[in-house]
Design a protein around this ligand. Sequence first.
Ligand SMILES: CC/C=C\CC(=O)SCCNC(=O)CCNC(=O)[C@H](O)C(C)(C)COP(=O)(O)OP(=O)(O)OC[C@H]1O[C@@H](n2cnc3c(N)ncnc32)[C@H](O)[C@@H]1OP(=O)(O)O
Length: 719
Amino acid sequence: MAEYNLVSECVGLITLRNPPVNALSAAVRQGIVDTVQRALSDPNVKSVVICGQNGIFCGGADIKEFGSNMTGPPLIPMIHAIESANKPVVAAIEGSALGGGLELALGCHYRIAHSKARLGLPEVTLGLLPAAGGSQRLPRLIGVPAALNLITTGRHVTAAEALQLGIVDQVTDHNTVDAAVKFALSVAGRSLGPRRISAHPCPQQPDLDALFEEVMQKVRQSARGAIAPIACVQAVRAAATLPYAQGMERERELMATLFTSGQARALQYCFFAERAVGRWRMPSGARWDTSKPRPLHKAAVIGLGIMGRGITVALAQTGLSVIAVETQEKQLMEAKQAISGMLERGAKRRGVAPALDRVIYSQNIQAVADVDLVIEAVFEDIALKTKVFQQLSAVCKPGTLLCTNTSALDVDQLASETPNPELVVGMHFFAPAHVMKLLEVVYGPRSSPQAVATAMQLGKKMGKASVAVGNCRGFVGNRMLKPYIEEAFFLLEEGATPELVDQALEEFGFAMGVFRMSDLSGLDVGWRIRKGDGLVEPSTASGRSTRIRQGRRYSPLGDLLCEEGRFGQKTGRGWYQYDKPGSRVARSDPWLHSFLGAYRAQHGLVARRIDHQEVLERCLYALINEGFHILDDGIAAGPEDIDVIYVSGYGWPRHRGGPMFYANMVGLAKVLERLEHYQQLHPEVPHLQPSSLLRRLVASGSPPIHKWGEAIKKLHSQL
Ligand SMILES: CC/C=C\CC(=O)SCCNC(=O)CCNC(=O)[C@H](O)C(C)(C)COP(=O)(O)OP(=O)(O)OC[C@H]1O[C@@H](n2cnc3c(N)ncnc32)[C@H](O)[C@@H]1OP(=O)(O)O
């Protein structure tokens, strides 16, 4: 796990070997302890170089070990032994030096990095802090403000930035290990005192208290209830104010609280879930590892509204040539200007040249004849989309993949309108499409594994969390959102206010409560869908019967707001009021409160006191219950798929792991009991009726989330 070689006659070369990222497992730590000892006790060895195999230094502690009893030598004494060595130790950093990997490098006396390397302390993203001395050494090396930034955000820096900050001593474009060995030879015999970071005082910082107060305030605001970023600030404060040994003690105490926290478990679950969704599988048995994606060189986007523009930018930024088609001349000109602006801003941010010439604009659909993949992004109307698909089938070369960007329409129906339904998949982007991290890749029963593999690979290249899901109304994300929003409406009827519901959800950790979110996305979107479903009726009717539609409880509150022209932020009025149309600061609206009072009076409803607990249970458990239906229907392959969708695209707090992980944490029996309780109170609300999968999981002893897959399979096979 750590290989030892003598090179250049007097340099001990230690190579970490633990693919794929040389994580510091117990065996690797043991290997480092043994090989360092060997190098230090060999009189022929004048200096030591530590590197990692396969072009990666070290991806940090082995996260998989965190859930079990840790064995093997602990990291802290191992790093101390390196720092206090009487021979220079040089870290040769290729690929990544992250978390414990960077902490190991900080224990070395010198650090040489390849120009393409990335360094960082991302522990905060796993609900932890850099507790192998990182929170104490980094501020001593680069100063408190820069260390606070890196440790509280967990961001990775380039080798160039690491050099500028003083984290590394040299950057090379050539072979890093050769450069490090040469360097190690050049520093052999030099005094090592000044190179031991733990012995440095923290660089002086004027107004330390004010700085920490300001940072703590910012961190609390952005953490949305996450505890690790706060502990990170406290640990760096210890580095700035205490001697090293006491700072280490504080680091240990803070880590002890984080390490066993539910938040750390949730965040580490998210880390693995994001990787697990890449290993997609379809009910047909097709899988990621047996389905080869088609090579893509040229793509097209049809329809350059808001979504089409974002998709064009996302495609161009992956390096593809894009034909962007819009039949309306004025719209095309506006889109060209908007897309160029987005590409220029994106390129400036990333320090690269804008890919303007990768996009060719056309008013003519014939221009897409030789592309490999088309993403249709026209208005959400099945007749229009069907027409476009028929045109595309006639125009495109054989084998072109036809993708529809839709949030709700039936992908199978569209596929059935084409001569080659196996080439059709849905790609549900989220606005703005070049920014939002989530992509639902929707397959139908006839989508070919190759079409799914190609869309999934394209999503990955676009930097998106891509999740393959089956075709159904709303797919996964919006299907689960429906009961969540409906429960929020019912709570308003029963006595809650938008402010109360949103506050409960935001305190839970959502980026935005349901009503602020609806105002942002536009109330007319849901109104149009409900009209299409025949649910919207004239507003004059009153009484209970008007609130039962299609055999179930229905709240017309959203429709009534739309009838008043209150579509949310864009009209300056919705569930809240705004200073002007398009403004973003939501303010409580007295009109809305009188409107709710009048509505309750009209329908004979008596407002009662509703607390945060009820808001959370009704909204979240209704959403989770739909998640169980989705798993039972085979629309999502596993709970990780649902959780990645909710964390990446719906503002679910990452430190709560996603809705299905949250249900697992709360306890499936408790979720079932509360759903049964609310269902008894509201028998006319079908989405409160516990899913049969939830019941079966509880009956089979509530297995932990990583065992649900087995349980679902077993339960299905017993049917
Ligand atoms: C006392 C505590 C001391 C220290 C605390 C820590 O060090 S916590 C760990 C801190 N490190 C990180 O957070 C880094 C996590 N890894 C990454 O960011 C990326 O994996 C990395 C290293 C940039 C490589 O990215 P790439 O896209 O090339 O690969 P991918 O992410 O798909 O990972 C490949 C497989 O490796 C597994 N893996 C990655 N890092 C770790 C790790 N630290 N421990 C265990 N396993 C790790 C990852 O899960 C992938 O495997 P898979 O089977 O596909 O899930």
